[in-house]
Design a binder for this molecule. Structure first.
Ligand SMILES: [Zn+2]
Length: 390
């Protein structure tokens, strides 16, 4: 029977070892894989490392290191567990793996860079388990979400589903701007609120619902009307804005302010059985004024108070807005910048229209210091459903 020493020397004979200096030379290009136990990892690791304890290596590595030909530097505390891990990785078909001799202890003794990793609590690990299973999100992505700030304009039909899903996903800070009170006629679609909250401020009701759903989320309530006097202060510091407003003056105000602050806006609009979603990403894609340079004259804008809407529709459009917001926060996939998706509920069809930046746009083609933050007349939203001209 082989002893431990025999197994270790067999493993070391079959793998490549590098010293700490050679490993350090691979920072930035190679994937560093820490195979120590969670309590060792939590006290410090090499910045940017992936952590998979040795005992979970076979089951987890293929979900975390997708490319079998990727350059991988495995390390543990002293170089023994990483030697066995490197052998296992070769057996799993990884072709470019080295084990770091001396391990993290030698690395640290030689004063090479290390840091205490941020990590999720046990409750968070359980709550976000289905995110952690996605290699595209994982613990690093979840920590990123917990660190991000999204501003919701409106706690109404679009803001409700967006707020619920962003809160459930663990976006750490949600700002909510709304100056209305909950009315029973809102409950047909505004699912943040309920019968007990009729007559309450919408921002207070939103805060209660979100906090009950996920105590990780810090809710910042703005019980105020968004205007030229406060828009720049309110949106400052947010990573993404989810636009659930229903009127032209606010959309133009928001557009111009978001250009100044360079904050992407996830746009949503609903009318009867039709909805639209897009992303206005300042100076990356078109802005709202590239589509509609100026608000339409008042006589062409129907009153939004009288327009009907099927209650499920904002649920669909607001959920798409939440998804686009998460993609922007994590840098996942292709955002809707430069595209407008139009949903027709009666046909059950989604149509995508390409939109380009207008070189003559009155907002995003001029120098930033010429952008004027001004109020428009109080028109209501006609929800342009026709595809944009370009
Ligand atoms: Zn523009």
């Amino acid at each position: 029977m082989a002893t431990f020493r025999d197994l270790l020397s067999q493993a070391k004979a079959s793998i490549t070892e590098v010293d700490t200096a050679a490993a350090e030379g691979r920072l930035g290009t190679a994937t560093f894989l820490d195979v120590r136990e969670p309590d060792e990892y939590s006290q410090g690791t090499i910045p940017g490392s992936i952590h998979i304890p040795r005992g979970q290596l076979e089951t987890n590595v293929e979900g975390r290191v997708l490319d079998h030909d990727a350059e991988v530097v495995v390390f543990c505390a002293g170089g023994t567990r990483s030697a066995f891990a490197a052998k296992t990785l070769a057996e799993l078909g990884y072709t470019n793996v080295v084990s770091m001799a001396g391990g993290f202890n030698r690395w640290k003794d030689e004063s090479r860079s290390w840091k205490v990793p941020q990590s999720l609590t046990a409750e968070q690990r359980n709550r976000y388990q289905r995110h952690l299973l996605l290699p595209e999100v994982g613990e690093a992505g979840q920590l990123k979400l917990l660190d991000k700030k999204v501003l919701l304009l409106g706690a109404g039909g679009l803001g409700s589903p967006a707020a619920l899903y962003l809160a459930a996903a663990g976006v750490g800070t949600l700002g909510v701007v709304d100056m209305d009170v909950v009315d029973a006629s809102n409950l047909q679609r505004q699912v943040l609120h309920n019968m007990d909250r009729v007559g309450d401020r919408k921002v207070d009701s939103a805060k209660k619902t979100i906090t009950l759903l996920n105590p990780d989320v810090n809710v910042v309530a703005y019980d105020t009307r968004l205007g030229a006097d406060n828009v720049l202060d309110i949106i400052d510091g947010y990573d993404v804005i989810v636009d659930g407003t229903d009127n032209f003056p606010t959309r133009y105000l928001l557009n111009d302010a978001s250009l100044l602050k360079e904050i992407p806006v996830v746009y949503g609009a609903i009318f009867r059985f039709e909805g639209q979603v897009s992303v206005f990403h300042p100076y990356v894609g078109p802005c709202y004024r590239c589509l509609l340079p100026e608000p339409p004259p008042a006589e062409l804008a129907p009153s939004c108070a009288e327009a009907g809407v099927l209650g499920v529709l904002p649920g669909i459009i607001g959920s798409l807005q939440a998804m686009e917001a998460i993609k922007l926060l994590l840098g996942l996939g292709d955002s809707l910048a430069g595209r407008l998706v139009a949903y027709d509920a009666l046909e059950t069809s989604f149509r995508t229209f390409k939109m380009r930046r207008d070189p003559d746009c009155p907002a995003c083609s001029i120098p930033k210091d010429q952008i004027r933050i001004a109020e428009y007349d109080d028109l209501c939203m006609p929800h342009p459903i026709a595809p944009p001209a370009h």
